[in-house]
Design a protein around this ligand. Structure first.
Ligand code: AMP
Length: 267
């Protein structure tokens, strides 16, 4: 299908996912459809980006529902390789990303993560050879890491970011939201609410360190264990001391019971 499309001069978009598709993923597919003639969605729960203590085994797998949603959107190809196809016996190469992958955000808590993401995304980009690939801003550091990798390795695909899709109450859609108990689900929108409050305070002139300290305390009061709440340069992810060092992005990761949630917004 891809060879045929290419020979006709059609453009191809890749939407990499780990399945358990929700409306956020479907927004990536919709944008891909607007930007390219053919859309390939990959579904692969990538063992290389999970640490041994993480949720690879229990990660939600909803194959039938995923296929139904993708066929409604009329995607051209679903690429769902097995682990043995992606990492056959003897596989021995791993990408070691730097720059935004060492910003001290997700990487500080999941040191294996971006190496695993880059390795699988590079393989997918080389397998499919898309003109564009869509990634969600929900995983903001990941979007920056993948864009840097594609640029640094001369992979010709354009990496396109897609705004975060949220529930009505502000909670960013995530496959991991399925882990939340009813009580946790009620508390989970706090993350987005606090991000918005912090952004308003920063714009109102409150100093960055004070804003973040108050924000962290508010997230903790709601019952989370905070991994980080940070204000970073939206392009480089470097720490910023004041609003004028921006454009600024606020990024948070926090754990609610056994579920780890991340979110971010522009200031
Ligand atoms: P995942 O299946 O969680 O690895 O996510 C696959 C892609 O969907 C990634 O590029 C994510 O950033 C993106 N994504 C996940 N949740 C959302 C969301 N709520 N809004 C927009 N994109 C999302």
């Amino acid at each position: 299908m891809l060879v045929h499309a290419r020979s006709k001069g059609e453009s191809i978009a890749l939407v990499p996912t780990m399945g358990a598709l929700h409306t956020g993923h479907l927004a990536l597919v919709r944008l891909a459809k607007r930007r390219a003639d053919r859309v390939v969605v990959s579904i692969f729960v990538n063992p290389a980006q999970f640490a041994p203590n993480e949720d690879f085994g229990s990660y939600p797998r909803t194959w039938e529902a995923d296929l139904a949603a993708l066929s409604q959107l009329e995607v051209d190809l679903v690429w769902a390789p097995s682990v043995a196809t992606m990492y056959p016996e003897g596989f021995a190469t791993r990408i070691v990303p730097g720059g935004p992958a060492l910003a001290g955000l997700e990487d500080a808590f999941r040191p294996h993560f971006f190496g695993g993401v880059c390795t699988v995304v590079a393989k997918m980009l080389l397998q499919i050879q898309p003109d564009i690939a869509t990634f969600g801003e929900k995983d903001y550091q990941q979007l920056k890491v993948v864009a840097a990798m594609a640029h640094d390795l001369d992979i010709p695909a354009k990496i396109v970011g897609v705004p975060t899709v949220r529930e009505k109450d502000g909670l960013a859609l995530s496959s991991r939201n399925a882990y939340l108990s009813a009580g946790e689900r009620a508390v989970a929108p706090t993350l987005y609410r606090v991000l918005k409050e912090c952004a308003a305070h920063l714009k109102g002139g409150r100093p960055v360190s004070q804003t973040l300290a108050l924000g962290r305390a508010a997230v903790e009061r709601a019952g989370f264990v905070v991994d980080y709440l940070e204000a970073r340069h939206a392009g480089t992810l470097a720490p910023i001391a004041r609003l004028t060092d921006g454009p600024v992005r606020l990024l948070v990761a926090a754990r609610l019971g056994r579920t780890r949630l991340i979110d971010n917004i522009a200031v």
